[in-house]
Design a protein around this ligand. Sequence first.
Ligand SMILES: NC(=O)c1ccc[n+]([C@@H]2O[C@H](COP(=O)([O-])OP(=O)(O)OC[C@H]3O[C@@H](n4cnc5c(N)ncnc54)[C@H](OP(=O)(O)O)[C@@H]3O)[C@@H](O)[C@H]2O)c1
Length: 254
Amino acid sequence: MEDRRLGPVVGLGTWNTFGGAARLACEVVRAALDAGCRLFDSSPMYGGAEASLATALGTNRSQARVATKIWCPSGDAAREQFRRQLEWFGRVEVEQVHNLVAWREHLPWLERERDAGRIDLLGVTHYSPRAFGDLADALRTRRFDAVQVPLNPRERECERELLPLAAELGVAVIVMRPLGEGSLLRRSPPAEALAELGVESWPEALLKWALSDERVDVVIPATSDPAHARANARAGEPPWFGREERRLVERLAA
Ligand SMILES: NC(=O)c1ccc[n+]([C@@H]2O[C@H](COP(=O)([O-])OP(=O)(O)OC[C@H]3O[C@@H](n4cnc5c(N)ncnc54)[C@H](OP(=O)(O)O)[C@@H]3O)[C@@H](O)[C@H]2O)c1
């Protein structure tokens, strides 16, 4: 699989799929690791997903990069979230401020944790285009190393300001919702169209569509199915789509 700044370009999300289901998480994580995925995204917001992920990684923890989040308006409770993450994961490779919640308050102590070596990179996330102006302000402080935003053929608002800004500032981009929370998968295009794109499946085409934008570092599709994790990992192999292939995917997703 191709490597960019955050490692292999296909990672794994855990929202709605891992909460409280550690055994299932083990199978999905095993399949993802075997297929070359390394970045695993989670959050205290995702029910028991962090704990399930920690159990699933088990002795393979050193192969993974954990991208989780602080999601809390108060400093004390936020530090408690971080303390539990250290218990689960030992350290956090990408610590993100979830949905920009209290990001100005959290940054100083998160930077101290990064300086102390318990965090590698700091990131910030938001799912809503209404918050993209604030997300851009946060990036302009030059205190974040990564940003996480939605990007798929039906959600392209980040292309307007955030992707150019991230490229200008050297900020790594993590793509959430690359399959539109599954909504883009309700119907699959004809086999001839997939053959024209050189892919085996429609999810692979959608993930490749996002990764064909060179400003994107990694996509993090979520799945509760090990076979889907393997299929998604195939999207991390070049060649990437050119302009015409991307347009075809956009038409098929419309
Ligand atoms: N949604 C948000 O607002 C949000 C916000 C912040 C962060 N994130 C992060 O981004 C991650 C990804 O976003 P997401 O979970 O919202 O949506 P997503 O990854 O776009 O879509 C997930 C859905 O796609 C299905 N799927 C995945 N691979 C498939 C395949 N090969 N074939 C068929 N179906 C497939 C999954 O069902 P199966 O289980 O059946 O495979 C699941 O229903 C999250 O898990 C989280 O880590 C999301």
